[in-house]
Design a protein around this ligand. Structure first.
Ligand SMILES: Nc1ncnc2c1ncn2[C@@H]1O[C@H](COP(=O)(O)OP(=O)(O)OP(=O)(O)O)[C@@H](O)[C@H]1O
Ligand SMILES: Cc1ncsc1CCO
Ligand SMILES: [Mg+2]
Length: 262
């Protein structure tokens, strides 16, 4: 990819309204991450209003981390609004392998053709019906082990699938990109994967999803690297990470992104 920083610049210029139906753990973290990145988040999950709210959003993200049946119906209704309007929505299948409720909900959401599915390796394997070594919401599989499942899932949705971990993998079923940026401290703070899903949504507003997703992952990883250089542990990392998301420039993304085609 030539100029991944351009996707950050375009996102910041637009400051897109990103509608997030996300879990209770992620709500505050994710809203702060999106504001620091330059987007305009709204965390709206009540079934009575999600379809109407999706109608004014530039992108939607759907995260099943603490869903219940009422939320689940709202997720499907909001996703349908985005699909019929031709606007992007991103699915985060948190802990999908753990329970039947999560599996059945994700099966319905996959049918609704998400623009991007962003998950850890165990979640992408579980979506593909492959046995995964997850522990609840945490991954127990390598990204490499989930690449075939990611390609198959992208072919099924007609969209993009991003598998995150030590080295991220993004595919539209045909092309693939690896993104090498990031730091292990990103796994020591809760909801940074959930928050990344929001950033992917922001980058996908009005931009081509494969490239926008890869650029979002590189930007996020670069912010993680920059924050880790100043952090004493997970607590100070979380603070430094917000500062870094705010400070990283498009030029820095162009210089530091490690995105390679596969
Ligand atoms: N070992 C690692 N080294 C470097 N970066 C990592 C590592 N593991 C994860 N990351 C980065 O952390 C970010 C979050 O990805 P991760 O796969 O941990 O999400 P997740 O499991 O869904 O997280 P959560 O469920 O806590 O929200 C991504 O940008 C990813 O590249
Ligand atoms: C810890 C946790 N539990 C349900 S959702 C969530 C956020 C990280 O996925
Ligand atoms: Mg996750």
């Amino acid at each position: 990819m030539e100029h991944p920083g351009q996707y950050l610049a375009t996102m910041r210029d637009a400051a897109p309204l990103v509608h997030n139906i996300t879990n209770f753990v992620a709500m505050n973290v994710m809203a702060n991450v999106l504001i620091a990145a330059g987007a305009s988040p709204a965390m709206v999950h009540a079934r009575a209003e999600v379809a109407e709210f999706a109608g004014i959003a530039a992108a939607l993200t759907v995260n099943i981390g603490t869903a219940d049946p009422e939320w689940a119906q709202g997720m499907e209704e909001a996703a349908a609004v985005m699909t019929s309007a031709g606007r992007p929505w991103v699915l985060d299948p948190v802990g999908v392998g753990a329970t039947r409720f999560r599996q059945e909900l994700c099966a319905r959401l996959i049918e609704a053709r998400p623009t991007v599915v962003r998950g850890n390796a165990s979640e992408i394997l579980a979506l593909a019906g492959t046995a995964a070594k997850a522990r609840g919401v945490d991954a127990g599989d390598s990204v490499a082990a989930a690449e075939d499942a990611a390609r198959a899932l992208a072919t099924r949705t007609g969209g993009v699938v991003a598998v995150t971990g030590a080295e991220d993998f993004v595919t539209d079923g045909t092309s693939g990109l690896r993104v090498g940026n990031g730091h292990a401290l990103m796994t020591r703070v809760t909801a940074l994967g959930c928050s990344l899903t929001g950033v992917v949504g922001a980058f996908c507003a009005g931009q081509p999803p494969l490239e926008a997703t890869a650029a979002a992952l590189a930007y996020y990883g670069i912010a993680g690297e920059r924050a880790a250089a100043q952090a004493a542990g997970p607590g100070s990392f979380q603070v430094a990470f917000l500062d870094a998301l705010h400070a990283v420039t498009p030029a820095e993304v162009n210089a530091s992104a490690r995105i390679v085609p596969v």
